[in-house]
Design a binder for this molecule. Structure first.
Ligand code: PLP
Length: 470
């Protein structure tokens, strides 16, 4: 492709993107293809000769697009949002154009220094301790793995990095509701998943600190070494908030690494009314939050904050001759702050987003999402055919359909499953489910960047219409 062809295609593509966003509501939210439908249409080998971009693009529209689930659709209410925004798209475009590999300061000083500032902007606006350092990681899963490894190394004076896992049996704790990425990290870090202790939760799905304390004491009696606790601010299933201050006290008492997973709900910390969630944060050691979920910055962009940055660097640094630089020690070489050597310039899109929105608009957008979700929750609570399963603290409603004429729990579960499938297969909206005390319940998240109040009202109409069809 010649640069002039690139210019022409790029202009067309920006037009396509704008049309896509203007008409995104017309697409079926969830792709309806069956396994193998897309692969069957892709040749089994690289073409021998160059193909025209017009042809490639035609195939994108005809083959690929039908297999896309439209995450930026206003009726995408599934999982948690992975939202983007126009300033973020512009940042990503320039990051790709620069094509810089930002492994160390020397390989693009601006990328390293902008990343440092962006992490300070987030840290300070969210109310995290001013002495902490931040680094952008690809995902919360990676950040949690980094926390596990740093805790492991700090506790053993960096011995396991040198000699490998010995006979020590470390114990890791979280609530039963913690995200599965912790279990994955526990396996990768060599702790063994049998040493992940899952603490029971209360009626609002929050970790029970009393039970945590008991589990730690029992483990000590049995010769285990309590190493790491993960507290969740916003669990995946129901956005439950673990009582951080009480958990922090226990971690201090036993000298245990406290990691905080606020991957999704961390955005709410920009609002003063949610600062209570991080009461006790000074006693924590690390904190993970995903701007790529509910801060309008396209995937991937995870903010990982750490109290003891020296421990982080000591865990991950490695210095082959070819990476020695004259600036080392005076600058941040982020390849020492995590697992991969190579790093994308992710701070740019975050900078574009934070400046283009400004703090006030970020807060307004987030608080609108929460307010609109609460307004709908109030309506659902008043409808005798529906049951609201928990308070709507954030922008997610957890509810189920409970018509008077059904009392059998199994039938209620079944009918909610049928309702969910009916909505999702219609292409009108996309939501997911969870189970609460064996009850099949619907999770409806309102976090799309350009969501409007009418979209939330329409969603209620869609839910009621599908109740009639089933
Ligand atoms: C989404 C999520 C994760 C995992 O995030 P990734 O960035 O996809 O690894 C972890 N914890 C919570 C609470 C989440 O919501």
């Amino acid at each position: 492709m010649h640069i002039n062809d690139y210019r022409a295609q790029a202009h067309k593509m920006v037009d396509w993107i704008c049309n896509y966003y203007e008409n995104i509501g017309e697409y079926p939210v969830k792709s309806a293809v069956s396994p193998g439908d897309i692969a069957r249409q892709i040749p089994s080998a690289i073409p021998e000769d160059s193909e025209s971009f017009d042809l490639i693009w035609k195939d994108f529209v005809n083959i690929i697009l039908p297999g896309i689930t439209h995450w930026q659709h206003p009726h995408f209410h599934a999982y948690f949002n992975a939202n983007t925004s126009f300033p973020s798209l512009l940042g990503e475009m320039i990051t790709a154009a620069l094509g810089s590999q930002c492994m160390i300061w020397d390989t693009s000083p601006a990328a390293a220094e902008l990343e440092e500032r962006m992490m300070e902007w987030l840290r300070d606006s969210m109310g995290l301790p001013l002495t902490w350092s931040g680094v952008i990681q690809d995902t919360a899963s990676t950040a949690t793995l980094c926390a596990l490894l740093t805790a492991r190394e700090k506790a053993t004076e960096y011995e396991i990095n040198r000699k490998g896992i010995g006979l020590n049996v470390f114990r890791i704790y979280s609530s039963t509701e913690a995200h599965s990425s912790l279990e994955k990290g526990v396996k990768i870090a060599g702790f063994g998943k049998e040493n992940l202790v899952k603490i029971a939760v209360d009626e609002r799905s929050r970790m029970d600190p009393q039970k945590l304390s008991e589990a730690i004491n029992l483990d000590i009696q049995n010769g285990y070494i309590p190493l790491f606790v993960m507290a969740a601010l916003g669990t995946t299933s129901t956005l439950a908030v673990d009582p951080l201050a009480e958990i922090a006290k226990i971690c201090e008492q036993f000298d245990i690494w406290l990691h905080v997973d606020a991957a999704y709900a961390g955005s709410a910390l920009l609002l003063p009314e949610f600062k209570w969630m991080i009461e006790g944060i000074d006693a924590a050691d690390s904190f993970v939050y995903n701007p790529h979920k509910w801060l309008f910055t396209n995937f991937d962009c995870t903010a990982y904050f750490i109290k003891d940055r020296a421990a982080l660097i000591k865990t991950f640094e490695i210095l082959p001759e070819y990476l020695k630089t004259e600036s080392r020690g005076r600058v941040n070489d982020y390849r020492d702050w995590g697992i991969p050597l190579g790093r994308r310039f992710r701070a740019l899109k975050l900078w574009f987003v934070l400046r283009s929105f400004g703090l006030e608009n970020l807060k307004l957008t987030i608080s609108n999402h929460i307010q609109w979700a609460r307004d709908l929750a109030n309506k659902i609570a008043l409808d005798p055919n529906w049951e609201l399963m928990q308070d709507t603290q954030f922008n997610m409603i957890v509810c189920r359909y409970v018509p008077e004429w059904i009392s059998d729990p199994e039938t209620l579960n079944k009918i909610n499953e049928v309702l969910l499938n009916s909505i999702n297969s219609s292409g009108e909206a996309y939501m997911t489910h969870t189970k609460l005390n064996d009850k099949y319940v619907l999770r409806v998240v309102f976090g799309q960047t350009y969501l409007e109040k009418t979209d939330v009202e329409n969603m209620w109409a869609i839910m009621q219409r599908h109740v009639e069809t089933i």
